[in-house]
Design a protein around this ligand. Structure first.
Ligand code: HEM
Length: 506
């Protein structure tokens, strides 16, 4: 972690030097297009503006402080290029309720050719025909209710494997690294759902997990490369290209082989997975949109990243909160015992009957959104909160600040799942609760993500008591990542309390 920060600091110094050497040519760079009433800017360094914010240790917290001092809509321009920071539910409402189509793209990719967050994936696809086609296919073949029902058995198998791993560790009195085991559970489930059951047996899921972790470790670099791309391109410079493309090439090699194996499958009647569906669309001459294999590979990489890190991080934080708040643990245990009992493992069809567990998951996501800041871009100029936002302006929505805003939430820094129980919910303001984003580019995997978190937490609380070193959980946030991760990963020794439960899929 320290090395990441040092690298960022070096990079910061490098960019500053770069800036001074290119000062003379600066006048040729982009200038504001008019004297529009842009949102206010807090005091900043001359010319480079808020470049420092990208190198600050805890971005979402730093941004939260700025907005609580200077307002919910701020212009944090760098080198005269406006970047708008959004930090309140009322601004989120204006953007995603009133101007959603205008903000339904994410601007330029960090590096076009990269399989992750590049220009052929879904995440940076502009709002248009390609995005609509891919989204529909992912919804019907993987994330929609019918597709999810068909893949329920896969998730049940993996959940049982997760339980057995914890039980094995419990028998040996070994510590469990909650994040590591949860990443494996979700990664295996996603791999089986998207590339077939054999992906776990032949270790492809393990390879995907390793490569995804490498990409994930570069998440802040992706963010920086994207945000500074337009400026640095003018100097013929591309940030972090070598590192990003190195992992992208390794991922591509793996996916090329998996695609080939799917194409060579002898028995056409074998179970169809998401890859089969996308290859069918690729071969379909009459498809609404003609996709390429590069599109398929990018989509898969982004699904692996989008699904696993987010859901595992949410589980990690939520479990930490539960162990940090013994009363929540007790109440959750009581609910699980009375609804599921002690003779079988929780399964995902139990979730609708477990309102407190659902409230715990929601509260975990409110306090610790895995993606604390998400990015959008305006298609054309418009007014938000009385200010003018120019076309092609980058918007950073600080979900962390919105969901900890004391104007919207009582005791925003306290873990109180009760606030999400029907009886105590005052009003439904969907714009102050945005862990999955908002509008038409909102996360399409929100339902599946909540299932992953709910069932993993369910198993850990239903089946085990936990001993944590020092008896206190350290809730400090890690630095240098664009995902919101724990500075001190949660480790605990599980003690089994349910003997020989029936599996989840009975
Ligand atoms: C707890 C789990 C999850 C969280 C907190 C989460 C959060 C998010 C957020 C904040 C966004 C950006 C939304 C916006 O711009 O408005 C997003 C986008 C996305 N997520 Fe998730 N996500 C989760 C799970 C998943 C899962 C399980 C999948 C798929 C299997 C998934 C696939 C995606 C995709 C494809 C996008 C891009 C959508 C687009 O650009 O149209 N996510 N997610």
């Amino acid at each position: 972690m320290e090395s990441i920060i040092v690298e960022f600091q070096n990079c910061f110094i490098f960019i500053l030097l770069l800036f001074f050497f290119s000062l003379l040519s600066y006048s040729f760079f982009k200038k504001p297009k008019g004297n529009f009433d842009l949102p206010p800017s807090p005091p900043s360094l001359p010319i480079i503006g808020y470049l420092e914010l990208f190198f600050s240790a805890l971005t979402q917290k730093y941004l939260q402080k700025l907005s609580s001092k200077y307002g919910p809509l701020l212009n944090l321009g760098i080198f005269n290029v406006p970047i708008i920071l959004v930090s309140s539910a009322s601004m989120v409402y204006e953007i995603f309720r009133v101007n959603d189509v205008n903000f339904s793209s994410r601007g330029v990719a960090a590096i076009d050719e990269s399989l992750a967050f590049g220009s052929s994936g879904i995440i940076h696809a502009p709002y248009g025909d390609y995005w609509k086609f891919m989204k529909k296919l992912v919804a019907t073949k993987m994330l929609g209710p019918q597709a999810q029902e068909q893949s329920r058995g896969i998730r049940a198998e993996e959940l049982e494997r997760f339980y057995k791993t914890l039980l094995d560790k419990a028998m040996k009195k070994e510590k469990v690294e909650i994040l590591v085991e949860t990443v494996r559970l979700i990664n295996n489930s996603i791999c089986k759902m998207s590339m077939g059951k054999s992906s776990v047996e032949n270790n492809d899921s393990e390879r995907v997990m390793i490569l995804s972790a490498q990409l994930s470790a570069l998440s802040m670099k992706f963010f920086l490369a994207k945000m500074l791309r337009n400026l640095l391109e003018k100097l013929g410079f591309s940030l972090f290209r070598k590192e990003i493309m190195g992992v992208s090439h390794r991922f591509e090699k793996l996916l090329d082989r998996i695609i080939l194996e799917h194409e060579e499958k002898l028995d056409g009647n074998q179970d169809k997975d998401l890859m089969d569906a996308f290859l069918e669309a690729y071969r379909d001459e009459n498809a609404e949109y003609k996709i390429t294999k590069a599109h398929i590979k990018s989509l898969f990489v982004e699904l692996f990243l989008g699904a696993t890190d987010t859901s595992a991080t949410a589980t990690h934080w939520t479990m930490a909160e539960i162990l940090h708040n013994p009363k929540v643990f007790e109440r959750l245990r009581e609910e699980l015992d009375s609804v599921v009992g002690k003779t079988r493992l929780i399964q995902e069809t139990d979730l609708p009957n477990l309102p407190y567990l659902q409230a715990v998951v929601k509260e975990g996501l409110r306090m610790h959104p895995p993606i604390p800041v998400f990015v959008r871009s305006s298609q054309k100029g418009c007014r938000i909160g009385g200010f003018y936002i120019e076309e092609k302006t980058t918007l950073m929505v600080n979900t962390y600040a919105v969901m900890r805003d004391s104007n919207s939430w009582e005791d925003p820094n306290e873990f109180k799942p009760e606030r999400f129980l029907a009886s105590s919910r005052k009003e439904d303001n969907i714009f102050n609760y945005i862990p999955f984003g908002s509008g038409r580019r909102r996360c399409p995997g929100s339902n599946l993500g909540s299932i992953f978190v709910g069932t993993a937490i369910g198993i850990m609380v239903q089946c085990f008591d936990w001993e944590i070193k020092g008896d206190k959980v350290n809730m400090e946030e890690a630095t240098g990542r664009s995902f919101l991760t724990m500075a001190h990963p949660l480790r605990g020794i599980p003690f089994p309390r349910i003997i020989n439960p029936l599996p989840c899929n009975v």
